[in-house]
Design a protein around this ligand. Structure first.
Ligand code: NDP
Length: 445
């Protein structure tokens, strides 16, 4: 369609050095084409060109001192992408690969994901090219404090509410929150992912992984199927991966792989609850490498590869973007995989997505399948505003309901736009329409 291609041409020219951002924008724009064609109001208002431009981008210097007293400098960012339906909301990523294009892709995805949750949250993302790996707790604390000295000017409980992402877990959120509180002299819900004893929500650490499995169960329900006895390949071994594996075990599935950036382990007996606890301690406390699992339990370790070589029924990417290539998608399908539920953001390359949708396997794109994390952050914001915590059961019930609603809305919208079963089209259109309509109603924003 002319307008979509014209807008993509502008973005390609303007943001030529941001390949991940271009990839995310292309995927969304191509899949919402039926909605743009059906509704003249979006074309008249040139909404595509407006939605693709961040409302605000902040970049800043983060100076800090390492344990040897050496001066170091990293680059900090916050992308405030869209506040049409609520305060900016989205995680902070600390990883050496972080740059403007990666954070813009994540912020762009976040806008549609947050809209899908049905909660009033706009989209944002931030972070730094700081690498917490191998750094002492003191170094991480000093970095977080320096990062917050600048970030605090741009956030607030009703303005922008960051959370964790890769490299930002409970430890980092604690240091960031402590520094914010010292500077602002107020105790508000300015970050989510906090500890339960000081304003966090039960189930928030579990939410991305649990939500991704709940989404898989919703997809399976449409075929009268379940996860019972299903062999599952999982990538990553951080927050999203750990709780995906935990829920898979609870629902009777058999997770057989986990990974980190060095390689993957294959435990053909299945990773059980006891071994998962060992992994949590390895990753969250000792901060070791996944290879040690193979040494400890006699499982297989494959250096430098991703888990998609293994025969499985279901795949749960939980590590990072572009972690399933077209070739790997082919391998997954020929190895018997009929379901992919994405906990990580944009893990499948475009050729992989085309293959999954063309072969009509059950495919849950990240912005739908991993929305449980931010949805539960939204529930944390609600509890903070009420100053009343909910029970574990209450939050889990709400999380399940939200995942079921996201699936239902995406499923029904795909049918409405003549793409039955295509949750990429369904989820993107549901997410887009709500934000675009809010922008139209708010005038020239
Ligand atoms: P963590 O930092 O807890 O874990 C990340 C995991 O992915 C680690 O095992 C890490 O290995 C691996 N990894 C990171 N980068 C790469 C890479 N370039 N190649 C291979 N492996 C890599 O992060 P999360 O679990 O929180 O996040 C994982 C994914 O889930 C991300 O895409 C994130 O955006 C997404 N997500 C997370 C949410 C959350 O609530 N935490 C919410 C929604 C989405 P290593 O230790 O070697 O770096």
């Amino acid at each position: 369609m002319g307008l979509i291609q014209d807008t993509l041409d502008v973005v390609r020219k303007r943001d030529a050095n941001e390949p991940e951002f271009l990839q995310a924008v292309t995927e969304v724009f191509e899949s919402i084409e039926p909605a743009i064609q059906r509704h003249k109001k979006y074309r008249d208002a040139n909404i595509l060109l407006r939605i693709v431009e961040p409302e605000r981008v902040v970049m800043f210097r983060v100076p800090w001192q390492d344990d040897k007293g050496q001066f170091r400098v990293n680059r900090g960012y916050r992308i405030q992408m869209n506040s049409a339906i609520g305060p900016y909301k989205g995680g902070l990523r600390f990883h050496p690969t972080v740059n403007l294009g990666i954070l813009k892709f994540l912020a762009f995805e976040q806008v549609f994901k947050n809209s899908l949750t049905t909660l009033p949250m706009g989209g944002g993302k931030g972070g730094s090219d700081f690498d917490p790996k191998g750094r002492s707790d003191h170094e991480v604390m000093r970095f977080c404090q320096s990062f917050m000295i600048e970030l605090c000017r741009h956030i607030g409980a009703d303005t922008d509410v960051p959370a964790g992402d890769i490299g930002v877990g409970g430890r980092e959120i604690g240091y960031l929150y402590g520094q914010y509180k010292r500077i602002a002299n107020e105790f508000t819900g300015v970050l989510t992912g906090k500890s339960v004893s000081w304003g966090g929500s039960l189930i928030r650490p579990e939410a991305t992984g649990y939500g991704c499995v709940y989404f898989a169960l919703e997809m399976l329900k449409t075929r009268g199927d379940s996860l019972e006895g299903r062999i599952c390949a999982v990538s990553g071994s951080g927050n999203a991966a750990q709780y995906t594996v935990e829920k898979l075990i609870q629902v009777g599935a058999k997770p057989v792989t986990m990974s980190d950036s060095n390689g993957f382990i294959y435990d053909k007996e299945g990773i059980d609850a006891e071994r998962l606890e060992w992994i949590k301690d390895l990753k969250n406390v000792r901060r070791g490498r996944i290879k040690e699992y193979a040494e400890k339990f006699g499982a297989k370790y494959v250096e430098g590869q991703r888990p998609w070589l293994v025969d499985c029924h279901c795949a749960f990417p939980c590590a990072t973007q572009n972690e399933i290539s077209g070739e790997e998608a082919n391998r997954l399908i020929s190895g018997g995989c009929f379901l992919v539920s994405e906990a990580s953001n944009m893990p499948s390359e475009p050729e992989a997505i085309h293959l999954f949708t063309n072969k009509k396997i059950l495919y849950g794109p990240g912005k739908a399948a991993n929305a449980g994390g931010v949805a539960t952050s939204g529930l944390e914001m609600t509890q903070n505003a009420m100053r009343l915590p909910w029970s574990r059961e209450e939050v889990d019930r709400r999380l399940r309901d939200i995942m079921a609603t996201i699936h239902k809305n995406a499923w029904e919208t795909a049918i409405e736009y003549d793409r039955p079963g295509n949750l990429v089209v369904g989820a993107n259109i549901v997410g887009f329409v709500k934000v675009a309509d809010a922008m139209l109603e708010q005038g020239l924003v």
